[in-house]
Design a protein around this ligand. Structure first.
Ligand code: SAM
Ligand code: SF4
Ligand code: F3S
Length: 444
């Protein structure tokens, strides 16, 4: 029997990327095969993100695009998944008849049933928070991801309820997967060829799993993964400053595979704003974590997230944020103007003037981008360790990342894929380093 094609367009964070891959693993049982050709699929999934901007309208816009692609062909089964699906649920089916299935992130274990029921022409919506059953189900399905650098979700959801953020409503309460099941999946990924594993969670360092009265934390996972000789690098994201406990900080002193790069969102450099945002940490708490990590290993570099123009932000508050980025030289960061999210506490607050917010964003980004450019420049004419991930399409160049997650494009050989090689950097821009494989200094 001919396999049916399925295409997933993924938006948002790494957790959505992981989910899309797990959906591919799951639907293969129904005879669906992953395709890159979005214009020739029997099933088309939009895996959506609700974090900012006009997320909902973007989804309807995307569906308009799919309709055009399939104007002359049989319509694919149209599935809306991800965080917008969770937030909007059956409203989407009512508004857009082209949609066949709406499914939230904690219901992906039910997707095969929904697809089967669709064959008898049923429109379906499934947005229960059923996280335990979901992971229980997926634990029995092989993870077929064979990338050199693989994602592995260990924790999902959030109990922190920052006033601006939609995640606790779209991903549900915090849930940590059983330690043993994560290790089994990690072993599968390593068997598939992974040389780097990034542990994922909306609050990944809040990971806590108790079995026989023993608590397993993310530090236990990192130290366990360290033992696999085929695995070369370990990362995790996204962490919350409040959950940066000493056991995790200690991993940086005794775990050589844990990369010296920490993405640690602060959002604002003003305590007043952090309090209004319900962040549950102060600037001082953040700096203490930063200093502890730097004391353990001075080579650790940081990146962060900033929300600019949160309701109530004054020039003085903004100045504190600016002062913070002068103090901590983040090598990479995400900064966005506050976007009111439906259902969150901050959604009804009075917005600050749009032009003032825009001006502040430009000011902060100029500084952040300059830091990034300077940091990349400092690597020119040096040799750095890069994990080679893949060959670039239609080019005789390869792609990899250095220890700090910066993308590197360089000349190398096919048999370098999966290895850590030394790359001599000869130029750089804000986002990327360029160079060639330094054969005289071959690494692991
Ligand atoms: N859990 C992580 C933490 O607390 O640091 C962040 C996860 S969230 C998916 C990623 C980032 O999106 C946040 O750090 C924040 O900067 C940004 N974000 C979330 N809600 C936002 C909003 N309403 N407007 C603008 N940016 C937002
Ligand atoms: Fe959102 Fe805050 Fe939870 Fe991060 S900690 S996911 S920003 S509510
Ligand atoms: Fe977006 Fe949901 Fe991730 S809102 S950032 S896809 S958790």
């Amino acid at each position: 029997m001919r396999k049916k094609n399925i295409f997933i367009k993924t938006f948002g964070c790494q957790m959505n990327e992981y989910d899309s891959n797990r959906i591919y693993d799951n639907v293969s049982e129904l005879g669906f095969k992953k395709t890159q050709d979005q214009a020739n699929a029997e099933c088309y999934i939009l895996n959506t993100c609700h974090i900012r901007d006009k997320a909902k309208e973007k989804v309807y816009h995307e569906i308009g695009r799919v309709k055009k692609l399939y104007r002359e062909k049989k319509k694919p089964i149209m599935v809306v998944a991800g965080c917008v699906a969770q937030a909007e649920n059956d409203e989407m089916l009512k508004r857009e008849p082209y949609i066949d299935i709406v499914i939230g992130p904690q219901s992906y274990h039910k997707i095969n049933d929904l697809l089967k029921e669709h064959e008898i022409n049923l429109k379906q919506e499934e947005t229960e928070f059923d996280t335990i059953s979901k992971f229980g189900y997926f634990d029995k399905i092989k993870n077929n991801n064979d990338k050199i650098s693989a994602y592995l979700t260990i924790q999902e959801g959030c109990d922190k309820f920052c006033h601006f953020c939609v995640v606790p409503y779209t991903r549900g309460p915090e849930y940590s997967r059983p330690f043993g099941n994560i290790i089994d999946e990690a072993e599968q990924l390593i068997e598939n060829g992974a040389k780097e594993i990034t542990l994922l969670g909306q609050n990944v360092n809040a990971y806590s799993y108790v079995e026989n009265s023993k608590e397993y934390r993310i530090s236990n996972l990192i130290n366990h993964l360290n033992q696999y000789s085929e695995l070369k690098r370990i990362r995790y994201t996204t962490s919350h400053p409040r959950d940066m406990t000493d056991d995790l900080i200690d991993c940086y002193s005794n775990n050589k595979k844990l990369m010296p790069f920490v993405h640690l969102p602060i959002q604002s450099g003003s305590d007043r704003m952090l309090n209004l945002m319900n962040r549950k940490h102060t600037v001082d708490d953040y700096i203490k974590v930063y200093e502890k990590l730097k004391n353990i290993n001075k080579d650790i570099e940081f990146s962060s997230d900033f929300i600019i123009g949160y309701p109530g932000e004054t020039e003085k508050d903004f100045q504190y944020t600016f002062d913070l980025i002068k103090k901590i030289k983040f090598i990479n960061s995400f900064s966005f103007i506050f976007s009111p999210r439906p259902g969150t506490k901050a959604s009804n607050l009075k917005m600050i003037d749009k032009n003032i917010a825009k001006g502040r964003l430009i000011t902060i980004q100029e500084k952040l981008f300059n830091n990034q450019i300077e940091f990349n420049k400092s690597m020119e004419n040096t040799s750095i360790e890069v994990l080679v991930e893949n060959k670039l399409e239609k080019q005789n160049k390869y792609f990899g990342r250095n220890k700090f997650l910066s993308p590197v494009i360089f000349e190398a050989n096919e048999n370098d894929i999966g290895k850590i090689v030394n790359v001599k950097i000869d130029s750089s821009n804000q986002n990327t380093l360029f160079g060639f494989c330094d054969k005289n200094m071959r690494a692991a």
